[in-house]
Write a new protein. Structure first.
Ligand code: NAP
Length: 268
């Protein structure tokens, strides 16, 4: 079982979650079943991924209790004026009564009014916690001034090649759990030579080094895989520790790398 963090809502979040972006709706149920059988207890989806129906099927087929699985989905631009409708429709597609975490997917226009409305979704039990994704320090500061809930998490792009230290430090100082998306650089930089050297040194694979780096920074990490073997490998990162000088070397690989188009992922 993966370790958990306590969110500011007092709910617990498993430190490793399965990311399902770009997994087809007709494929994702099988991947979710494999992941839950392997030990994952946290699934990260979004309305815009178009696979909530399949994610819900996988959860139902897993035979696990709903309360044993942490499910996140996200509010997209199309529902920004009516988060209640957005979440209601996501829950219908997922076949669930509640999610554990509902995030504003990106600071779309009108995110401020959406955030105020999202608090009511916690009160009505449709989500246990609320948070944001791709928010910068400036936007988090503006959110704080609105009063009300502080986000339980900020989900941002993080890997050694995309290490937003200032933003991470700010979130962690505010008690906001940092979630690392694209922790494997979407597959693009897995084979980097410096990562390979550390993989040989620690006798683990390159993806395991990238994921372990995230764990040691106290991030929730959200690797995506459609391979049963990779799913298992990505959980096997608790039997070694990267020393502090190698962690510093990994930190120094930052090149503000961005998997998505410029402007999607805030640098600070
Ligand atoms: N909030 C946002 O705006 C946002 C944006 C992007 C992503 N996300 C979230 O973050 C999740 C992860 O990010 P991502 O989808 O960009 O990808 P990622 O996890 O960084 O990388 C996935 C890629 O790595 C490969 N891979 C995974 N494990 C491997 C292993 N052990 N060995 C070799 N290759 C491996 C996968 O191929 P195989 O399938 O063949 O294993 C896939 O090509 C998303 O699914 C989503 O939930 C959120």
């Amino acid at each position: 079982m993966t370790p958990t963090f306590s969110l500011n809502s007092k709910n617990k979040i498993p430190q490793i979650g399965l990311g399902v972006w770009q997994i087809r709706n007709d494929q994702v149920a099988q991947v979710v079943v494999w992941a839950l059988a392997a030990g994952y207890r946290h699934i990260d989806t979004a309305k815009v991924y178009g696979n909530e129906v399949g994610v819900g099927l996988g959860i139902a087929q897993s035979g696990l209790k709903r309360t044993d699985i942490f499910v996140t989905t996200k509010l997209y631009l199309t529902d920004i004026l009516d988060p209640q409708r957005g979440l209601h429709d996501s829950l219908t597609r997922l076949g669930l009564d509640y999610v554990d975490l509902y995030l504003i997917h990106w600071p779309f226009p009108f995110w401020q009014s959406a955030w105020k409305k999202m608090s009511t979704l916690v009160d009505s039990g449709l989500t246990k916690s609320i948070g944001v994704s791709n928010f910068s320090i400036k936007q988090l500061e503006a959110l704080k001034k609105l009063g009300g809930f502080i986000p339980a998490v900020n989900q941002i792009e993080l890997s050694p090649f995309s290490y937003k230290k200032e933003l991470v430090d700010y979130c962690q100082s505010q008690g906001i759990i940092v979630e690392a998306y694209s922790p494997l650089t979407h597959g693009h930089l897995i084979q980097n030579q410096k990562i390979s050297r550390l993989a040989a040194k620690y006798q683990h694979t390159n993806p395991q080094i990238l994921l372990r780096w995230g764990l040691q920074h106290n991030f929730v990490i959200l690797p995506k895989s459609t391979s049963q073997n990779h799913l298992k490998d990505n959980l096997n990162i608790f039997d070694f520790e990267i020393n502090s000088s190698d962690m510093a070397q990994l930190d120094s690989l930052n090149q503000n790398y961005s998997v998505l188009f410029p402007g999607w992922s805030p640098q600070k």
